[in-house]
Structure formats: structure tokens, C-alpha cells
Design a protein around this ligand. Structure first.
Ligand code: ADP
Length: 251
């Protein structure tokens, strides 16, 4: 039986009296690369927090690989890259390698030490992100784009099947952001990693992602970009010229 990486059914959520998500239903299948887009305050981060098991929905059901998102056993199957590393102090003298190794250690209860297989996994993640050459550099000395690669390596080091990224490119210049989207597309295609990427860059994501999930408290659109391109409703919603800039299905 195929168990989907994410299944949401009739999900709603409120902070106090403020309804933030209403009747959200969608399924992310294995191998999808989903761009999650919506205006500021449309509930994207809240939805991600529910998928990660950090918040519980008020109504509806969310399953991650067929399990409740709060289940501990999901940790190794899921990689998460937050918007900003809240606990990250750029002046703290950590090396690239140390930061990547935290992706293995932080989820562990005991022992919190690294074995031979761990070092192999770290080398692989560094290699994959093309940062082996700077593994001894201090994180604070790197550019924004390089730092982003380090954090992506950290999210990937335990070989997750699902990668969730919450607008990780806000601080990056457009070119570095495009490189980052391309990198994710490669991981998705060659590494078979299912990707959910929150982004405000609706103009670019159609070049890279396979599906668009556009929310504004409820689901406005969920589907592939071909379908988006042909949708009369989306033409009315975004205006036809924006619709076809977003779909990236034309020269
Ligand atoms: P997005 O990620 O799309 O910008 P969020 O999920 O962060 O949207 O926020 C959705 C709405 O919920 C916004 O109106 C925001 O102000 C509100 N909100 C977010 N977090 C909290 C919180 N911890 N307490 C109360 N309201 C919140």
C-alpha cells in the first residue's frame, strides 16, 4: 500500500477567536515538489507547524506517512528547514561540519556522540551540497547562499524522505534563490526527496516545482502547473497575464 507523505483532510485551526485555516484538504504524493504560496498572514507557517506536529488542528485530520505528525518515529523521515535559524547566532564559532552534524545528534536521546556511519553521512551531505571544501570554515564567515546550503545539508544529513522548507530564501538575492530552487529540484528528481517549499516567489516557483498549493485561509488552488495554466477560475483570480507568468508553460 502506498502511504502518502502528507494527507490533510478538512483541517481547520484558530488562534483564540481568529480562524487562520479553514477546511484545508490536500494530499502530497511521493516525489512531489510542492510550492506552498499565499499572501502574508494566509496561514502557510501555521499549516507547516501542524504538519510538523508542533500545533494540533482544531478539526480535521493530518497524517504524515500515515502517522500522527507528533510521532517520534517520523523524525528520521522528515527534514525541516525553518525560515530563520532562530537559535542560530552567526557569531557563534561553529564550523560548517559541526552544524551539519547537529542534524544527526539533535534528534537523539542517547548517546549523543557520532559513530563511523554518522561521519559517512555527514561527508555525503557536505558533498551533496558542494560544501566539502569549506567544512572547516566558521558559519559566520560565509555568504547567505553558502549558509543556506549548510542548513540544507543539516536538514538532509539523516536522509529524509520528506523535506519541508519554510520560506528559506527571503534573505537571499534573486540569483542565489534560483540556484537554491534548482538544487531542491535536483534533490527531488535524483534523490527522490518529496519537497514542500513555502515561498513568496510565485513568479519563479513554476519553473521548478511540480505542484502549486495556493492558500488564503482555505485552499484557492492545488494542482499541477499545466492545470493551473488552463484553469478559468485561476484566470479570474489572478488575472490572465499573471496566471501565465505564474504557470511557466509559455515561451
Ligand atoms: P503566513 O505564514 O502565511 O504569513 P501565518 O501562519 O504565520 O501566515 O499566520 C496566519 C495568521 O495567524 C496571521 O494573521 C498571524 O498574525 C496569525 N498568527 C500567527 N501566529 C500566531 C500566534 N502564535 N498567535 C496568534 N496569532 C498568530
Amino acid at each position: 500500500m502506498q502511504i502518502e507523505p502528507i494527507m490533510c483532510q478538512g483541517l481547520s485551526f484558530r488562534y483564540g477567536d481568529h480562524e487562520v485555516l479553514s477546511d484545508i484538504s490536500f494530499t502530497v504524493n511521493r516525489g512531489d515538489y510542492v510550492g506552498l504560496v499565499g499572501p502574508n498572514g494566509s496561514g502557510k507557517s501555521t499549516l507547516i507547524r501542524i504538519i510538523l506536529g508542533l500545533l494540533r488542528p482544531l478539526t480535521g485530520r493530518v497524517m504524515v506517512f500515515g502517522a500522527d505528525p507528533s510521532e517520534r518515529k517520523l523524525r528520521d523521515r522528515l527534514g525541516y528547514l525553518p525560515q530563520k535559524m532562530a537559535s542560530f547566532n552567526p557569531h557563534f564559532p561553529s564550523s560548517v561540519r559541526e552544524i551539519v552534524s547537529l542534524g544527526l545528534i539533535s534528534g537523539r536521546r542517547f548517546p549523543k556522540s557520532l559513530g563511523r556511519d554518522d561521519h559517512i553521512a555527514i561527508d555525503k551531505a557536505l558533498d551533496l551540497m558542494n560544501i566539502s571544501g569549506i567544512s572547516r570554515s566558521l558559519i559566520g564567515d560565509l555568504s547567505g547562499g553558502q549558509q543556506q546550503r549548510v542548513f540544507l545539508a543539516r536538514a538532509l544529513v539523516n536522509g529524509p524522505e520528506l523535506l519541508v522548507l519554510d520560506e528559506p530564501t527571503t534573505a537571499l538575492d534573486p540569483e542565489t534563490r534560483q540556484n537554491f530552487f534548482t538544487l531542491l529540484a535536483e534533490l527531488n528528481r535524483t534523490g527522490k526527496v518529496t519537497v514542500v517549499l513555502v515561498t513568496h516567489d510565485i513568479g519563479s516557483i513554476g519553473k521548478y516545482a511540480s505542484r502549486l498549493l495556493y492558500i488564503d485561509k482555505s485552499v484557492v488552488f492545488y494542482g499541477g502547473f499545466d492545470e493551473f495554466c488552463l484553469s478559468g477560475d485561476m484566470g479570474k483570480f489572478f488575472g490572465e497575464s499573471s496566471q501565465h507568468l505564474i504557470c511557466h508553460r509559455h515561451e
